[in-house]
Design a protein around this ligand. Structure first.
Ligand code: TXA
Ligand code: MG
Length: 324
């Protein structure tokens, strides 16, 4: 494939993107969380092409994006909890893992052979107009090569996947900046598989106490999960408060170490939403060969801090094998 075209998202480019997706092509598009790499969900071939473009391990299932709740109900079995969560948080950064319906026509590859399906109705206006123009569900993981940092701007997608996909729709930077919260509703007790844009504090009034199974407080992942996920090239060290010679520093809040030349601040005021929106872009900016490591200040383990710390632990994890 030649250079991938990057078009500003407008009604004409959105129509073209929908036409390409209908034909089985791969199109990157903005969502409120990160850019997604979309393919027609019912096409085994198109979904397989996502795995090939990302060089992603095939056993990792994908999120299927829908234009409205009615479309989602055709694919996943909604119980009362799922209905209420969809009413409260859709469109938005919440992904529901539900049992597949008997009539679900999404590729089994998108479910990685499981009998469940991950569904999300995004709130970004470009994503919504694209899904409406398509008229069919779109499977979309984050639009980065496997193991790299998730893209929060169209240029990040181009740097990572140029020549391997058909089109990138540019809708500006992503407002939320970390991926959606993935919540598993296939069992009696709801479980958070991945902390993300909707916090446990927001979910608990509806669901009661929720298990967080993706990563425990120490960042240890259950066996079988791939640790190194959001990986910069430089080593990443967490909970650092002192500047180190020749190393970059990612700060949070007003307390910034002195004597550090290469410093970026996720949020000088200590606002976790601002920090989430800046996280991936700042990690990219600091990930330069002239520095030896990226040191990261402590981030509070509450609200969006859960999702931020989850991604940071993965960025700092030993580079065993890469995932999405
Ligand atoms: O914000 C987001 O969620 C972005 C944007 C593009 O929507 N998408 C995204 O997709 O992050 P991806 O493929 O990188 O992450 C999908 C997550 C993975 O952690 C995967 O294991 C989980 O969802 N997942 C998908 N289907 C599942 C299923 N049937 N059962 C359990 N986990 C599932
Ligand atoms: Mg990803």
């Amino acid at each position: 494939m030649r250079q991938t075209r990057l078009l500003p998202a407008d009604p004409a480019s959105v129509r073209e993107a929908a036409r390409l997706l209908a034909e089985g092509a791969l199109v990157a598009f903005p969502t409120e969380t990160v850019y997604g790499l979309g393919a027609r969900a019912s096409s085994d071939k198109a979904v397989a092409a996502i795995f090939a473009a990302k060089a992603r391990p095939q056993f990792n299932p994908l999120i299927v994006h829908v234009a409205d709740i009615a479309e989602a109900r055709k694919l996943g079995r909604f119980d009362a909890r799922a209905e209420e969560l969809a009413q409260c948080f859709w469109p938005g950064p919440l992904t529901l893992v539900l049992p597949r319906t008997e009539t679900c026509d999404a590729s089994l590859l998108a479910s990685a052979g499981l009998d469940s399906i991950a569904l999300r109705l995004p709130s970004h206006p470009v994503a919504l107009s694209l899904l409406k123009a398509c008229g069919f569900p779109v499977a979309a993981p984050s639009a980065n090569a496997s193991g790299q940092i998730s893209p929060t701007a169209a240029l990040h997608v181009q740097e990572s996947l140029n020549g391997r996909i058909d089109l990138i729709l540019d809708g500006g930077p992503c407002a939320v900046g970390v991926e959606s919260t993935v919540i598993d509703l296939t069992g009696k007790t709801a479980a958070i598989l991945r902390p993300g844009g909707i916090t446990p504090e927001e979910l608990e009034p509806i669901l009661g106490p929720i298990k967080i199974t993706g990563a425990n407080a120490k960042g240890l992942l259950s066996p079988g999960q791939l640790e190194s996920h959001y990986a910069p090239h430089l080593p990443v060290r967490l909970d650092v408060t002192q500047a180190q010679d020749g190393e970059a520093f990612l700060a949070f809040g007003p307390l910034v170490p002195q004597g550090c030349a290469h410093i970026l601040n996720l949020s000088p005021l200590g606002d976790l939403a601002e920090a989430a929106a800046n996280l991936f872009a700042m990690l990219r900016q600091l990930d330069r060969p002239e520095w030896k490591a990226i040191n990261v200040a402590p981030i509070p383990e509450r609200g969006l801090g859960l999702a931020i710390n989850d991604r940071l632990r993965r960025a700092a994890a030993p580079r065993i094998q890469a995932s999405s």
